[in-house]
Design a protein around this ligand. Structure first.
Ligand SMILES: NC(=O)c1ccc[n+]([C@@H]2O[C@H](COP(=O)([O-])OP(=O)(O)OC[C@H]3O[C@@H](n4cnc5c(N)ncnc54)[C@H](O)[C@@H]3O)[C@@H](O)[C@H]2O)c1
Ligand SMILES: *[C@@H]1O[C@H](CO)[C@@H](O)[C@H](O)[C@H]1NC(C)=O
Ligand SMILES: *[C@@H]1O[C@H](CO)[C@@H](O)[C@H](O)[C@H]1NC(C)=O
Ligand SMILES: *[C@@H]1O[C@H](CO)[C@@H](O)[C@H](O)[C@H]1NC(C)=O
Length: 396
């Protein structure tokens, strides 16, 4: 038979004793460490303290949201697998809020349902702000599965854990890309959603799953559909630092700054014959500080058994030409601009009607001076040439 008598195996007995001792020592050390959930502040509910799980908190928007939540005295757990975010942003935040029970970072992949379940089991969250996602329209058309997996499927994982562990409030990062190419501008929350790329579709599916599920529970849900996000922390502590390999996918502000720094030779504006005031595309640029404020207001107004859906934009469209002019002024660099033909899949005009969020959440955009938002972002970019890996002191 396979089992054996320990008494006849003195070496084995010794090994077993050593192993047991080691385990005891490990558990003891873990219990001493503040990260051990058994004794962690993050595992306890505390009257008057809102504990928010921020997924994707090492990313651009998530890190800014974490900063604001910490400033507002929340307790924050960031979950991120750093596939696109920066540990440097977390380090900045930890330095600003070093006290125990303020900020913890957990390295985990939201696609790993077991890991996520474990995180929910070991921490008591009052609310979830779900930012983690992959977020480039162009990339989504080339790698759709990456998008359905990391947006739709991961949102399902979060919802299942929330349900299992009784977490009742969700603020979800959605996008104007869920609307597709609406016929009428501005876009209201009633504008029909018919997304035209896998990114928009994956977000729309995630929204649908959230809404269907919320209807069967007492969940409090806020879905925020952001327009084009720009800017960074006015105090220069955080910025936008996408991976170098993602630069190409990047957004217009990143491209402007790269051109101003000479990393790329100039800007390529694609399409000058749209039926807009100057022929270039029109978009609604929302400053990240305003966006984060919308999340805080949404969190404050979230009610059980209710689903709030809001556009988060300024309500004002700016043309690409206007954007480039603002960027030239903000950076003081005479950026070289090439005007090229249209890029397939771009639509002429997208801007929001933000009246619902003003009416219901008392939120309006305050950072509406494009040049000023870009100047703030530029200040950070200039002093962080390699993103978070070199944080040289800010020069003017
Ligand atoms: N930036 C915009 O203009 C914009 C516009 C509309 C909507 N959004 C939405 O806002 C949210 C945040 O966008 P962002 O611009 O800050 O992007 P980002 O790439 O800077 O941040 C996303 C973060 O999520 C993390 N992440 C991704 N997949 C993960 C996974 N499987 N497990 C754990 N972590 C994971 C990444 O590491 C990264 O830190 C996204 O949901 C995005 O779709 C952004
Ligand atoms: C992050 O998560 C993705 C799945 O979404 C996975 O493919 C990738 O390997 C993970 N990266 C790290 C560093 O864990
Ligand atoms: C997303 O999902 C795909 C699987 O489709 C995986 O290979 C990839 O690494 C995931 N993560 C990210 C951040 O793209
Ligand atoms: C709405 O917000 C403004 C500040 O932006 C504040 O002064 C005002 O009191 C708020 N109104 C309500 C009803 O909360």
């Amino acid at each position: 038979m396979d089992f054996f008598d320990l008494r006849k195996q003195p070496h084995l007995l010794g090994k077993v004793v050593v192993a047991v001792l080691l385990i005891v020592v490990c558990v003891f050390i873990l219990k001493q460490s503040p990260a051990f959930t058994g004794t962690s502040l993050f595992s306890r509910r505390e009257i008057g303290v809102t504990h928010v799980l921020v997924t994707g908190g090492a990313g651009y928007i998530g890190s800014h949201a974490t900063l604001r939540l910490l400033k507002d005295s929340c307790r924050v757990t960031v979950v991120d697998n750093l596939s696109r975010g920066n540990i440097g942003a977390i380090k900045v935040l930890q330095k600003l809020f070093p006290e125990p029970g303020r900020l913890q970072f957990i390295f985990a992949d939201l696609g790993d349902a077991k890991a996520v379940d474990c995180i929910f089991a070991q921490n008591t969250f009052d609310a979830v702000m779900h930012f983690a996602a992959v977020a480039y329209v162009g990339e989504s058309t080339i790698e759709p599965l990456r998008y359905y997996h990391n947006i739709t499927s991961n949102t399902l994982v979060i919802l299942e854990s929330m349900a299992k562990h009784g977490v009742k409030t969700l603020i979800y990062s959605s996008t104007c890309a869920t609307y597709g190419e609406p016929e009428k501008m501005p876009i209201t929350e009633e504008t029909p959603q018919s997304p035209i790329n896998p990114y928009g579709k994956a977000k729309k599916m995630a929204e649908d799953i959230i809404i269907d599920f919320a209807k069967t529970t007492d969940l409090a849900v806020m879905i925020l559909r952001y327009f084009n996000v720009i800017g960074s922390d006015p105090e220069g502590r955080l910025g936008e630092a996408p991976r170098p390999e993602l630069r190409e996918q990047g957004r217009i502000s990143g491209a402007c700054f790269d051109a101003a720094r000479g990393i790329i030779p100039g800007l390529k504006v694609k399409g000058t014959d749209y039926s807009t005031r100057d022929g270039t595309c029109i978009r609604d640029y929302i400053d990240v500080s305003d966006l984060v404020d919308a999340h805080v207001k949404a969190l404050g107004k979230a009610k059980p058994k209710s689903i709030g859906i809001y556009n988060v934009g300024t309500g004002k469209g700016r043309s690409v030409k206007e954007f480039v002019e603002a960027c030239k002024k903000a950076t003081g660099v005479e950026i070289k601009v090439d005007y090229l033909g249209r890029r397939p899949g771009d639509y002429a005009e997208v801007y929001s009607d933000p009246s619902k969020i003003k009416r219901e959440l008392n939120w309006t955009a305050k950072y509406t001076d494009l040049e000023k938002s870009l100047r703030i972002a530029w200040t950070w970019q200039k002093s962080h040439r390699n993103g978070y890996s070199t944080a040289s002191p800010i020069s003017s």
